[in-house]
Design a protein. Structure first.
Length: 328
């Protein structure tokens, strides 16, 4: 009823404007504007209350197509909520590919609608296509009572989708276990870690449901490359795009409370080199599992852990591993 009521209010405003011979408009938050974002250490990137907006006008040739597409998707959501049915964003796109033009158009509009209605995207009956995976000794119960048993790692397969981030957050909230990230030592890997820990600008209006502020960076650290004397032919030069991204990330508001991260990024910028996790195989084929992870957990930055611990890893291809480790 909350979703239906929110959509009906939008349509009521449109009808009222038409009755007054005025061109209807939809008011959207500027989701990609850093000026609308504040950083809170306990939450991450969060949208401010006095955010700036933009108008999607029905009588403007430039914005009229988006106005129409938003009404189209609002009608799809309304019918699905009424009938208690669901569809993926991919389903919506393929329902009329000529109308939508591209999948990214649908993705962006769905997020705009979620932000405009102030309703979490997962409540709009629109699902993401299958991306994340989970495996390991884990079972949980959904809000509707459905019991799920899995035998376990979860992956976001690159930049994590909404469901993967929700799952990691739920595991952290429910199980109260430490969560470590194991990423490639490159700007892209660091960016993914930041999304899990602090959230993204475009989804900042849902940060309190998605972020895990307690996440710790286990590796691969840029300082590890020199410390482990990894061969030069196993490294990759930073591209100009990598360097620009690295410089931009160093200026983000949350970096002021992450001096270790900043130092590691400075090491990467100075060396102008990056490395994938697979670079550790240049030392030995099982170096990651036999030496690197046990040593990091026992003697590294996380020495406060007990000899035996339950923990989760986010590892490439940006997976969440649930395991019980015996540290030597």
């Amino acid at each position: 009823s909350e979703i239906l009521g929110a959509i009906e209010n939008v349509i009521q405003d449109i009808v009222t404007s038409l009755a007054r011979n005025k061109a209807p408009v939809l008011i959207l938050v500027n989701r990609s504007d850093w000026g609308n974002i504040q950083f809170k250490d306990s939450v991450g990137l969060q949208m401010i209350s006095h955010y700036t907006t933009r108008k999607i006008k029905s009588d403007c040739p430039k914005s009229a197509p988006k106005f129409a597409l938003m009404l189209k998707i609002l009608s799809v959501i309304y019918k699905m909520v009424q009938n208690n049915t669901y569809a993926t964003k991919r389903d919506i796109y393929y329902s009329d590919t000529l109308l939508f033009g591209s999948q990214s158009v649908v993705d962006n509009i769905v997020n705009d609608i979620s932000c405009m209605l102030k309703i979490p995207r997962r409540s709009l009956h629109i699902l993401s296509t299958t991306k994340g995976c989970i495996a390991g000794n884990l079972s949980y119960t959904e809000e509707d009572g459905t019991k799920v048993n899995c035998t376990c790692s979860a992956t976001g397969k690159g930049v994590p989708d909404l469901n993967t981030r929700l799952l990691v957050r739920k595991l952290w909230d429910t199980c109260h276990i430490p969560i470590f990230t194991l990423m490639d030592a490159d700007p892209h890997g660091i960016e993914i870690m930041c999304i899990y820990k602090y959230g993204s600008v475009s989804m900042s209006f849902e940060a309190h449901h998605l972020t895990v502020p307690a996440i710790r960076w286990l590796g691969l650290l840029p300082s590890d490359i020199e410390r482990l004397n990894i061969r030069k032919d196993a490294l990759i030069p930073l591209t100009k795009q990598d360097q620009n991204k690295l410089a931009s990330m160093q200026k983000r508001p949350y970096m002021t409370c992450q001096p270790m991260w900043k130092k590691e990024m400075e090491i990467m910028a100075a060396s102008k080199m990056k490395a994938e996790i697979q670079a550790l195989t240049s030392l030995s084929s099982d170096y990651l599992s036999r030496v690197y992870l046990p040593s990091k957990l026992q003697f590294g930055l996380f020495s406060l852990l007990a000899k035996e611990c339950k923990c989760f890893y986010l590892v490439p291809p940006y997976c969440l591993w649930a395991s019980r480790l015996k540290l030597l």
